[in-house]
Design a binder for this molecule. Sequence first.
Ligand SMILES: *Cc1c(COP(=O)(O)O)cnc(C)c1O
Length: 426
Amino acid sequence: MKKTPFVSLEKLKEITDAYPTPFHLYDEKGIRDNARALMEAFSWNRGFKEFFAVKALPNPFIIGLLREYGCGCDCSSMTELMMAKALDCHPGEIMFSSNDTPPEEFAFANAIGGIINLDDITHIPFVEKALGGIPKTISCRYNPGGLFTISNDIMDNPGDAKYGMTTEQIFDAFRILKEKGAENFGIHAFLASNTVTNEYYPMLAKVLFELAVRLNQETGAHISFINLSGGIGIPYSPDQDPNDIRVIGEGVRKVYEEVLTPAGMDDVAIYTELGRFMTGPYGCLVTRAIHEKHTHKEYIGVDACAVNLMRPAMYGAYHHITVMGKEGQPCDHMYDVTGSLCENNDKFAIDRYLPKIDMGDLLVIHDTGAHGFAMGYNYNGKLKSAEILLRSDGSFSLIRRAETPEDYFATFDIFPELHRKLLGEA
Ligand SMILES: *Cc1c(COP(=O)(O)O)cnc(C)c1O
């Protein structure tokens, strides 16, 4: 599918007059339309709830938009829990799907009404100690091992993933938790990441629904919800087709009616913890070409770097690039588009055919709305960029300012003299 930016060059010029590049820009209308489509796709299930994976885009303004559609928060750390609390998530609206978790985070999650999703059977005594008991509502994360395949295509490798309990362990865990007073049980699994197929959720649902029936029959546990977690992907590349959330919702419904309904389990709520699917396509990194270099290859240096978007450097991930204002021109120049880190993998594109780029051109790097800004870091003393929201009415707002040297040096404030000197105040 042809990829076009959600913002026009004219609008970008307005925004860059107010805020310097680089920055991440988010599309309010896209986020809202997509959230509405998800809710409609699962409206057949009475208890359906999406817990937005906060790690994908931890910005309260964006999560606030999603809250309007009934989304809760999926958290994995203390600060994410704090954000969910500040966003007035009620008891039952926070999923705490963490792993390798410190005791105080379990305690805080429980205190603010979060649902604890246990990553391992050994976490039962750990949580019991941290909380002084086992919560009435509790979830367990499942990992069947092996490879997860869809019609012979390997989607992912759960057997090599650190998360979740084995089949045997989850049966034991349910028995133990029930003995310790748990009443409402959930099952969670995340078996494949960034799947660009409508079949992943229905296939995962079948695995989890069949497991739920067996767990119910063999342990007597009441299964309240089944959490399909994240993993619905987005088409980063123009030759991929986007998932159709209506088809996915109907696919899960079909399996629900085949497996859960006949077992008398048609009160089970479906939960999701989508991140990438909720915001990925509705964000982009806006950057400017500031250098061109002709050596053994043709390089375009931009004012963003891997600190602003790590996925290409970390996973070799493809992110589509549009040279703004040149959409109609032939892609007849092969470039490496680079950032400024002292790391040769700091490249947003390698051997990419693009229109001829001139200095000062604005580049839109697509699909940075999830796991984009959030993965940022400060290597080479680089500062994190601003985040800007393009409103549905065409106006725009700064929803996080860019970092400053003061932010970067803030943790040296325990040495007042050094701190002042770093800031050039001494
Ligand atoms: C990362 C993560 C998600 C979200 O994954 P996406 O690929 O962004 O949909 C959901 N649940 C858990 C436990 C995760 O770790």
